[in-house]
Design a protein around this ligand. Structure first.
Ligand code: FAD
Length: 325
């Protein structure tokens, strides 16, 4: 049964987008390796989830157990660890998400398998798997191989691959027994607490002005608010701005915030860490203002201004206000 495995991430009955992104690449790599891509699905009622992914991969390996009703790193580690030990896949792809980042290292430690985290690309070179992963806040791309290993476990950065998987036929589903989950009981799922909904939905904005740590402090927000008013834009931000409580969480763009794709995205004092960029790079036109000419945000910007936002923003606001008059 060795092949390329994609671990299905799901929450509240919905398959998460990262899974579809991994299917596309998983199918491609499996073809290059001469094997099949398998979706690995854990849950307590897998039929509705299996129905959603059946047309997308050739095979589904499913483990159904009441102990798998909700995501739990310990139960996932127990089940996946046993499956990998018995079936030895060539490669296991897991989303580089809060769940995947928790499970993958535990699995590798238990199996003594190599792990490459936060992979942005993978390819087969002379029959061997090579992956590309960002390092030093994405200033360097490292190429990683796994010499002599029976297989490898990868966590995949969301947004790295398009969601366009398609297998030829509906997947064949193989039900596998669950190992005893009693040892994984020291952590229990209690409830899912949804984030409170605010009065602004940044995902629907046409023009977003996003502020980062370069803002310096909440006392400087009025400057950006005046700019946003003059432009008819909505204000969003990077994570440090939320962590410092300068703006509420509902304004955060990023992997742990919201994914946005406005017609125009203006990034002020944002460095362009991948956790931010992944969630805004689908925007129509990206304009970045940053003092540092080497800030990674310029890699995704259509227009870049190397300068101090405290000079640039008032000048733009003034220009817009004068145009209005
Ligand atoms: P910095 O990286 O500190 O950059 C500030 C930038 O402002 C610098 O480039 C600097 O040159 C520039 N600057 C400073 N002063 C000025 C000025 N006066 N004028 C112009 N430019 C100026 N981040 C997110 O944004 N969203 C997420 O959802 C998110 N999720 C994460 C999840 C995890 C698990 C982890 C580990 C991190 C996450 N992060 C997220 C954090 C992310 O890694 C970065 O730390 C963060 O995006 C950096 O925010 P920033 O660009 O505002 O700040």
């Amino acid at each position: 049964m060795s092949g390329v495995w994609v671990v299905v991430e799901h929450r509240q009955g919905e398959v998460r987008e990262i899974t579809f992104e991994m299917f596309g690449k998983g199918n491609e790599l499996a073809r290059a390796l001469g094997v099949q891509c398998h979706a690995v699905l854990l849950g307590d009622d897998i039929a509705p989830l299996a129905a959603k992914i059946k047309p997308l991969v050739p095979k589904i390996l499913a483990v159904e157990d009441p102990g798998l009703s909700e995501y739990n790193a310990l139960t996932y580690r127990a089940v996946l660890g046993e499956l990998i030990r018995v079936h030895t896949p060539l490669m296991v792809m897991i989303g580089h998400t809060a769940c995947g980042m928790e499970v993958a290292p535990r699995l590798c430690a238990g199996l003594k398998w190599p792990l490459a985290t936060d992979c942005v690309d993978m390819q087969v070179v002379d029959g061997n798997i090579e992956v590309i992963r960002g390092m030093y806040s994405d200033k360097v791309n490292a190429r990683v191989g796994f010499r002599g290993a029976p297989g490898c476990i990868l966590t995949i950065r969301s947004g790295s691959f398009p969601c366009e998987p398609k297998a030829d036929d509906d997947a064949e589903v193989t039900m596998l027994p669950s190992p005893p989950l009693s040892e994984a009981q020291e952590r229990r799922f209690i409830e899912l607490v949804a984030a409170p909904k605010g009065d602004v939905d940044i995902t629907r904005a046409d023009v977003l002005i996003s502020v980062g740590r370069g803002l310096g402090g909440p006392e400087n927000l009025p400057l950006v608010e005046a700019f946003a008013e003059a432009l008819g834009a909505t204000i969003s931000c990077s994570r440090p701005v939320v962590d410092k409580k300068w703006l509420p969480k509902e304004r955060q763009v990023g992997t742990s915030g919201k994914k946005v794709a406005p017609r125009v995205y203006i990034a002020l004092g944002i460095s362009g860490a991948f956790q931010h960029v992944t969630a805004m790079k689908q925007s129509g036109t990206v304009i970045a203002v940053n003092k540092d000419p080497r800030a990674p945000i310029f890699n995704v910007a259509d227009y870049g201004v190397v300068g101090d936002m405290f000079d640039v923003v008032p000048a733009l606001t003034k220009m817009l206000q004068e145009q209005d008059v």
